[in-house]
Design a protein around this ligand. Sequence first.
Ligand SMILES: Nc1nc2c(ncn2[C@@H]2O[C@H](COP(=O)(O)OP(=O)(O)OP(=O)(O)O)[C@@H](O)[C@H]2O)c(=O)[nH]1
Length: 979
Amino acid sequence: MAKVRVYELAKELGIESKELLAHLKDQGEFVRSASSTIEPPVVRKIRENPPATAQPSGDGAAASGQAAGKPAPRPATPGPKPGARPAPAPSAAPQQTPAARAESRPAPKASGPATDVSVSSERPAATPAAREADRSTPGPRPTSDATPAGPRPGPAQPAAGERPRRGAPTPGPAARPSERGAAEAGQGPRPARPGAKPGPRPGNNPFSSSQGMGRERRGGDRGERPGGAGGGAPRPGNNPFAPSQGMPRPGGTRGTAAGPGGPRPAPRPGGPRPNPGMMPERAAVPRPGERPARPGSGGRGRPGAPGAGGPGGYRGGPAGGPGGAAGRGGGPRGRGGTQGAFGRGGGKVRGRKSKRAKRAEFEQMQAPAIGGVNVPRGNGMTVTVRRGASLTDFADKINVDPAALVTVLFHLGEMATATQSLDEDTFGVLGSELGYDIRVVSPEEEERELLSSFNIDLEAEAESESDEDLEARPPVVTVMGHVDHGKTRLLDAIRRSEVGAGEAGGITQHIGAYQVRTEHEGEERAITFIDTPGHEAFTAMRARGAKVTDIAILVVAADDGVMPQTIEALNHAQAADVPIVVAVNKIDVDGANPAKIRQQLTEYNLVAEEYGGETMFVDVSAKQGTNIDELLDAVLLTADAALDLRANPDKDARGVAIEANLDKGRGAVATVLVQQGTLRVGDAIVTGSSHGRVRAMLDEHGNNVQEATPSRPVQVLGLDTVARAGDTFVVAPDDRTARQIAEKREAADRQAALAKSRKRISLEDLNKALAQGKVETLNLILKGDVSGSVEALEDALLQIDVGEEVDLRIIDRGVGAITMNNINLAVASNAIILGFNVRAEGQNADYADKEGVEIRYYSVIYQAIEDIENALKGMLKPEYEEVETGTAEIREIFRSSKFGNVAGSLVRSGTINRGAKARITRQGVVITEGLEIAGLRRFKDDVTEVREGYECGINLGSFNDVQVDDLITTYEMREIPRS
Ligand SMILES: Nc1nc2c(ncn2[C@@H]2O[C@H](COP(=O)(O)OP(=O)(O)OP(=O)(O)O)[C@@H](O)[C@H]2O)c(=O)[nH]1
């Protein structure tokens, strides 16, 4: 094709050659004269964009005429002239209009018109602003409820500015992005706003089919409609129930006046019908959890908030695109069903993770994997568990699966089931692995926690009390001392002194404690005495965490001197930080040497006042009642000097159960000592795991009392079960709370009992405990059948070379069966009991077991010594463990010439098997051991075993020294592996 010359083109364009020449030169073309040739691309460019004065003519006119004329007749663009197409902001409009006009012609590719193109491409950037301006003007938006849904300028702008650029009328690639998705097309620069007449969107240019405006136009048109017709059109993102509606999907397109779908049936001849392929990628579909659009929110979304504003929302595009404008308020209308089919259902299917699930996921990501399970790290967090807690309890506290903890523990070398009670050490191992500081709470803390869960906060109560609330209360005194030094007699003497004071009726009842009044420095003062002498009761209560005693009277017989139990009692009192008053008793006895007692006790830090110390010593005779008043004076002086004994009587009572029993006529009876507050008849009370309403209260004289103030012991009637000595009591707000506290305590006790099934301390783990510094002293309690063997055992044990690290102490010894007191002392002192030919039987054995006290039985002294020695050296190798299989009580003895004596017995527990090993005990003392059940009969039949509750005849072979009431215990020896 021949090259066109300047004059030819000028002629074609209907302008003068020199004008064209000048224009070309302005454009930078290398032309000299009218006969110069012009390169075809330049020709095309000029034809497309002739100089301003050019009049369309010929071909070019046809082309340009089309370009210019097309937008105007567009029926769907009500109002706006093409020139107004950018719908610019008012100020921008005038300048932009001409350019826009020019732009409506075929866009030049050449650099010259590029300015215009750029202007035009910028122009839409103004459009959103205009739209926003329009949006803000109350327009013909029909649905007023959609108003709040109006596009927020803020979020819409940036994206809006972007979008039009992409959709600029520049043919070619620039237009394509718009074409890519109906989403963009639909929302783009088109002002589907009331008042914002649809501007000259690129889509108005029928020649820019490749601009992607077809769809934009669709969207725009749709938008216009609803925009004009208002927000009634449900914009996808507008419908909170249709998360995926934001898509300009076919449904929307076709939808009634619905949002983007407010359709122009034929947006552009040949324009593609919307199809699912136009939908944005699936991932862009807003999910339920992401949709920001609430009803009425108009689908404006934050830029980039998926689903915020219809299509625009997906890509962070101009929020409030067509959907944004059109869809507001319309969600529920239109074709909700269709929307649901595409959107909501899909959203549901994908589901949404709850915050909790997300958090758990996050935590799991942070969790260490031990043994293939993930458990969140504690990062030093303190977790408290109660005694006897299990992995399940701990798991509950840190919100993990108990099974995971079982696995973790297993990988740490400890085997435990999820519900098994664990000891402190095991929790320690687990805690340090997982980063938790697991604290096994003490009984006191546990009690505090329990009560505070019922809004009974004893600490806060105490803190809130001012000095004015507190009133002086009598001291509570316990009498302790060595056996036969006169404790009981002294308590009697004190009680009698009260009678002597003229109390009507005297103290006739033993209720576990009593109060006496005495004149002290001209003032009548009361003193409360715990009527159970000996440190056993004292330790029993301490073992339960109860602190009852304010002052201890240590009774020492002047004719006997300081004895082991004197020291023991003294140690207990000092350990409990209880001041001591020494009663040097039996001064009436010949040979009594009170001075010697004073001198002996100085070795134990009890220095008499007359020797410059702080301890008051009073010489008394319990038998003769000598110096009893002086003793009471000394108690009060010591109390006043060493203690601040005050309590608030004006609150609900709190205290301790001193004694309890089941009375045939009155039911469960408990003697309680009120420590704070005032206990009244009718109060709902809970002590330990028993509870009830105080039906009546009796004092030590048997008199009914209506109320008991601090330090007052009273017998309480009305509890449902027998409380235990040392159980604390509180008055609860109501019966129900009292019952619930009792139930919780019972459950806690059960758990604690399970945990205690692991021994407090045993010879087997002694060496480990010593190594860990848990114990520095091995406390032993010796019980034997005769005093000679006990002494021999004690002497032998004390001669064991125990080294520097450990102290071996024999804290109690005695003759006879192992009693509850022995066990309580072992509990309080973490001691091991050695039974030499004696045993703990029945409930005592059960109690020891429950409390985790180890009792070792021996019949040969050297075995006991060897065991202790080996335990201290860490070399104890126990091979066998004795397991009791049954007990039978002898009811009758039948003499048989053929078999010898046959013991007619009742099986008390377990089973008695023929051939089993047996021992005979008489009142807790072993009579003989190593026997065998040689014959076993039920009536006339020989049997191999007899179960609990059945009677039988037992023949012990050649052993005939059986008596009625003897206990036959059968046992077997089981090998136990050492850990
Ligand atoms: N002569 C004399 N005998 C006393 C005195 N006090 C107690 N006794 C006697 O000493 C013996 C033991 O007295 P208890 O009061 O039973 O001694 P205890 O310390 O309570 O003894 P246990 O209950 O076994 O621990 C009794 O026979 C009393 O009569 C005293 O002051 N003078």
